[in-house]
Ligand binder design. Structure first.
Ligand code: GLP
Length: 240
């Protein structure tokens, strides 16, 4: 069953999503987590690190697959999603880094990396819980408007709006304009999904994502067809 939860602050959302993940790992220590980047996720990871430090959770049995990774910057770049995940989460908990995966975007043939990633997810037994943020244009992962509902992990070009939104993270060079992302179909294959949105800039995307069925111009609206989605909002994001 799906549920919509609205909290008064962004901090409360991060706490609630963190608590849910801790509870899931408590039930299944070898859970396979689908992870996401983006500013919205930072309080979630901060809460998970705090829970680990309190001894409330261990990630030692967890396997993780991130949604996406930029193409065109080395994995070692501080703004690669690998570096971001290490800095926000992996470096501070007991997860085995050999079981933390992101799409291999810095290889010679990124167009072939997608199928490899899909096979790895399948071999791990599929994703138990997929964490998602949402772009201002309704994207999930880097599935921009127009992405097919049955799309799988693949090389994609990013939209202008996404480049503008993410430019703030890159001071030394332009934002990479392509990425490898799980597809909408990949995301819908997860057993459970948690979408988190905070702030007024997401209100319109949230409105379109949660009502009216699937519309190709709002990839997140595909989640309405999944039977176990938890939507976590703050008041500003839920405002419309
Ligand atoms: C990025 C990521 C998405 C993320 C979205 C929102 O482009 N690829 O996975 O959900 O933007 O990011 P933020 O939380 O910073 O608003």
């Amino acid at each position: 069953s799906s549920q919509r939860l609205t909290y008064s602050t962004e901090a409360a959302v991060g706490q609630a999503v963190g608590d849910l993940i801790v509870e899931i790992i408590g039930r299944k220590p070898a859970a396979v987590l689908g992870l996401a980047t983006g500013a919205t996720m930072e309080p979630v990871y901060a809460n998970l690190v705090a829970a680990f430090k309190r001894g409330d959770v261990s990630f030692a049995g967890v396997t993780s697959f991130n949604l996406d990774e930029y193409v065109g910057i080395p994995t070692s770049h501080p703004r690669s999603y690998r570096s971001t995940m290490n800095a926000l989460f992996f470096d501070h908990v007991d997860i085995d880094k050999n079981r933390t995966f992101l799409p291999e975007a810095s290889v010679d043939k990124p167009d072939e990396a997608g199928e490899r990633y899909e096979r790895m997810i399948a071999k791990a037994g599929g994703i138990d819980l997929q964490l998602l943020g949402i772009g201002r244009n309704g994207h999930i992962g880097f599935n921009e408007p127009g992405s097919a509902k049955d799309s799988r992990t693949r090389l994609v070009e990013l939209h202008e709006d996404t480049l503008r939104a993410n430019a703030r993270f890159f001071s030394d060079r332009p934002v990479p304009s392509s990425a490898i992302t799980m597809g909408i179909g990949t995301i819908l294959s997860a057993k459970q999904i948690v979408l988190t949105a905070t702030g007024v800039a997401k209100a319109d995307a949230v409105r379109r994502a949660t009502s009216g069925g699937f519309q190709a111009d709002c990839p997140a609206s595909a989640l309405q067809e999944h039977d176990k989605v938890s939507w976590f909002f703050d008041r500003a994001a839920a405002g419309l």
